[in-house]
Design a protein around this ligand. Sequence first.
Ligand SMILES: NC(=O)c1ccc[n+]([C@@H]2O[C@H](COP(=O)([O-])OP(=O)(O)OC[C@H]3O[C@@H](n4cnc5c(N)ncnc54)[C@H](O)[C@@H]3O)[C@@H](O)[C@H]2O)c1
Ligand SMILES: [Zn+2]
Ligand SMILES: [Zn+2]
Length: 376
Amino acid sequence: MSASTGLHDITVAVARAAQQPFTIEPARIRGPQGDEVLVRVVATGLCHTDLIVRDQYYPVPLPAVLGHEGAGIVEQVGPNVKDLKAGDHVVLTYGACGHCNPCASGHKAYCKDFYPLNFGGSDAHGHTALQTSEGEPLHDHFFAQSSFATYALAREHNAIKVPTDTPLELLGPLGCGIQTGAGAVINSMKVLPGSSFVAYGAGAVGLSAVMAACVAGATTIIAIDIVSSRLALARELGATHTVNSREANIVEAVREITGSGADFALESTGRPEVLEAGIEALCGLGTIGIVGAPKLGTRASFDVNNLLLGGRSIRGIVEGDSVPQVFIPQLVRLYQQGRFPFDRLVKFYSLEQINQAAEDSTKGVTLKPILRMAAN
Ligand SMILES: NC(=O)c1ccc[n+]([C@@H]2O[C@H](COP(=O)([O-])OP(=O)(O)OC[C@H]3O[C@@H](n4cnc5c(N)ncnc54)[C@H](O)[C@@H]3O)[C@@H](O)[C@H]2O)c1
Ligand SMILES: [Zn+2]
Ligand SMILES: [Zn+2]
């Protein structure tokens, strides 16, 4: 840290323009204020949401430091931090205001300020904590962390303490993609023992849902994707059936396997035509959750009477309705017992290899890239 400026010299990956590669740059970050914690990032997962934001599906102002699945070690705490201290291992998750109606009723993923707090590109006053080494402000506060960086500022409420006996470099994705898939099954839809569950999309989110459906006791678990290697892994992780939607009609396949349609389903492809098929393939009283994020303004349609007369439900799900302080440690315990082997999804890269990681994720070669920061 520089004594004259109070700024730390760090390295970041910057998204400067849509459809363009991230650039690795030196930067500076200020120290923690209020309830903030400065975290030395050990590793950060790359989620599909980082890529759709880089490509401006969601108009986060650029240039920006993205990254929202950080894991690291608390380096310094702000004056109002109560329960965290330097040296604690933490997983960084989404930001929420903590006092609006959804927050106060335990539904922080539906905070009324979720969009500005996670996608606003600065703090509530328009200030950033990051700047380039020339002093140009860099948009940040992405998911209240911006963790494609060697250091990140989070708030106490979104830095979740995790045990030190589990490899920290693995845990970042629990803060978004993995808690989303697993939480959609366990918290949002409450998938029942003996039921049928369909994962539309067998990416990181969909496969986390498959593993969680096993934990929940579903007995028919169908994974649907267009990448055969992902379907093969889905079987290893507990899917009882797989369907390649390039080769089969999804609705017919699900109806044939389940007899009457799916009790529960999760749409994580972000494609409206897959969602429409998923609604069609529900059984009476069935529920489909939507987590896949298409461009803002995307519409899908459904037969109103099919929904009405069958008592079927469609619901949007953010972050698997996770209360991260509770759910992330639960997922760590399931992982430790071998019942939630999310390490099977992971491939490690260095921060400098972020564009390779993004390309491998887009091509379907890597399920969950994790960027490891060089020791510093
Ligand atoms: N709602 C939330 O809180 C939340 C949180 C995290 C991620 N997301 C979103 O969830 C989605 C999934 O994220 P991910 O990290 O698993 O991405 P991913 O790219 O790893 O997974 C998407 C999968 O969908 C498959 N797919 C694409 N088109 C298909 C089709 N026509 N039929 C069947 N499968 C198809 C892809 O092959 C891929 O395996 C993204 O849209 C992401 O932005 C939402
Ligand atoms: Zn709130
Ligand atoms: Zn994410």
